[in-house]
Design a protein around this ligand. Structure first.
Ligand code: UD2
Length: 294
């Protein structure tokens, strides 16, 4: 009886120590869109630059969240305000990298994400990369922001599309790659300037590299897309019909040759000029000059 009660006491102590925040995840997640300007998410443990890790355990994945960015301050504020508590409840070891394109030339989302991958690795031994648009916020706390055995698509159940996958090969918004998976596809293409096509190109790379796309079920994956108009400088690339992007270079349709191009266009051909890094309390911003369309 003595030994039995000792065991019970040890177990009780053990359970006391467990941080129950990890288990108290609930759904749906209460997204706040009206974030007052001076309202910053407060967490004393969080280090400058938007990096945080769990207090009571060592996370298996070290996650860099990379956001392509230009002139979207109001969305960034909302994203940060909602995503820090979300990620911390999931006991994530993570850092937030906002990669800002300098100047007014056509936006190049994919190239910025490649740069984010490289810049984040200069700071920490990240092994999982989540590439996220600044206006996409998960609605369910069970939607684990983690990498998986295959590249993961995490923005397939958007509120603006009635929580339905628009087309089977859709791979935009938020995607998660382990470091190995991202190297296997040589990152994104650097050649998509303006809106569209870069996500479809990435899909083709994943399939060409012999991997598949993973998606969690539509309920857990419910996601809010903050409504917005098309940004100046992010016009169609260069012409598209519906969801058929026909981006070209020297008259050649890029998507058609995606599989052949992926080994020479991507992380291994990335060039840019680093301007400066700014450490904010909730994120690290890297300002870059990415050149202009060829
Ligand atoms: C869709 C995709 C997106 C991308 C895009 C085509 C989903 C849910 N989203 O988004 O991932 O493939 O089509 O390129 O599938 N941005 C700025 N400033 C700008 C322009 C863009 O910060 O001037 C960033 C920002 O993070 C934004 C992202 O680029 O969220 C994508 O641009 P978008 O929101 O205009 O594109 P959207 O919503 O049509």
């Amino acid at each position: 009886i003595f030994l039995f009660s000792m065991k019970i006491m040890v177990l009780e102590k053990y359970f006391e120590k467990i941080n129950f925040t990890a288990f108290s995840i609930h759904s749906p997640y209460n997204i706040q869109l009206n974030v007052p300007l001076d309202n910053e998410f407060k967490n004393e443990r969080m280090s400058f630059g938007g990096h945080n890790k769990p207090e009571n355990c060592i996370a298996l994945q070290k996650i860099a969240i990379v956001i392509p960015f230009r002139n979207r301050e109001s969305h960034l504020k909302i994203w940060l305000h909602n995503m820090h508590p979300f990620l911390q409840k999931q006991q994530a070891d993570y850092g937030i990298y906002v990669i800002e394109q300098h100047g007014n030339l056509p936006f190049n989302r994919a190239k910025l994400l490649n740069i984010g991958y490289k810049e984040a690795l200069k700071e920490y031994d990240y092994n999982c990369f989540i590439f996220s648009d600044v206006d996409i916020i998960p609605m369910d706390q069970r939607n684990l922001y983690r990498c998986s055995t295959n590249p993961k698509h995490m923005a397939h159940a958007l509120d603006k599309f009635n929580f339905r996958l628009l087309y089977a090969t859709l791979f935009g918004g938020v995607v998660a790659f382990t470091k190995e998976q991202f190297l296997k596809v040589n990152g994104f293409s650097n050649l998509f300037w303006g809106w569209g096509g870069e996500d479809d190109d990435l899909y083709k790379r994943v399939i060409t590299a012999g991997m598949q796309i993973e998606r969690m079920n539509n309920i857990i994956s419910k996601t809010k897309a903050i409504p917005h108009k098309r940004d100046p400088g992010n016009e169609d690339n260069p012409k598209s019909t519906g969801f058929q992007h026909v981006a070209t270079r020297n008259g050649e349709p890029l998507l058609e040759k995606a599989a052949r191009r992926m080994y020479t266009d991507g992380l291994n051909s990335l060039n840019y000029t680093f301007i400066r890094v700014m450490k904010h309390r909730l994120y690290t911003k890297v300002l870059v000059d990415i050149g202009k369309p060829e």
